[in-house]
Write a protein that binds this ligand. Sequence first.
Ligand SMILES: [Zn+2]
Ligand SMILES: [Zn+2]
Length: 305
Amino acid sequence: MDVIFLGTGAGAPTRKRNVSSIAIRFDQSREVWLFDCGEGTQHQFQRASVSPAQVTCIFITHMHGDHLFGLPGFLSSRSLQGGSEKPLTIIGPEGIKSFVTLVLKQSQTNLSYPLYFEEITTDGQVLDLPTARVECAALVHPIKSFGYALHLPDKPGRFMVEKAVAERIPFGPLFGTLKQGEEIELSDGRRFSGKDFIEPPVQGKKIVILGDTSACPAAVELSRDADLLIHEATFAPEAAKLAAISGHSTNIDAAITAKTANVRSLVLTHISARYDDNKASAMLAEAKEIFAQTMMAFDFYQMTV
Ligand SMILES: [Zn+2]
Ligand SMILES: [Zn+2]
């Protein structure tokens, strides 16, 4: 799957970084899940070769404006585009439904597609969606902020063609039967079970996207053994006190969480507007000293997981 960073700044947009939004495009279904929708996200879509019509789920981590204020515009514009009759589900903290419905009602906006809501009411809530199982955890921030762990389904194990060929099993329908894990009998009387020709399933990926948060045990627990952790790094270490007071993390906090949780890779995002490119590079280097597999997101940064 592809992870596309549409907005990587904190609080307010700058020339280089728009406010928060991350798109995940799944390989098979090509559907897109959006995580947060800061103001201007619909403009970022136009530059990122992702179509709003592909978006089937929007997860809002928390109700702060830099994660939310692009949502009404996005929903409205999606209505005007081809293929936009596909339903859309918005998942987020309590209040997301009343926020969206009030804006749509007062602006007399009629959408061309069905809109559904799923409000997260309890810490640890799990959503069993066809594309992935999503685990929700409450983090530490001045308002309720969630982290989402996406558990993708396991992939079936590979069929060992070479083993079947070595056993002189004829190509054709018998291969298909073996692939299904069923038994076959050859004309020479030999019997085989498909289970012996299929490798163990490949464990599905785990991707964790955290809302704004201070360093906390819940972030570590949710991120345990993830293939990818996307963590805010609003502040540099010299602003650690400010980070703690405002419910945010430093680059060092994020790196320690990644290391403690034994994730495979870490991406830092939600960088304060006070830091220029040089400072951001320094923050990345500092984080790498603690957790080597760290990257820093920038707008339109795209990675394949
Ligand atoms: Zn924020
Ligand atoms: Zn916030």
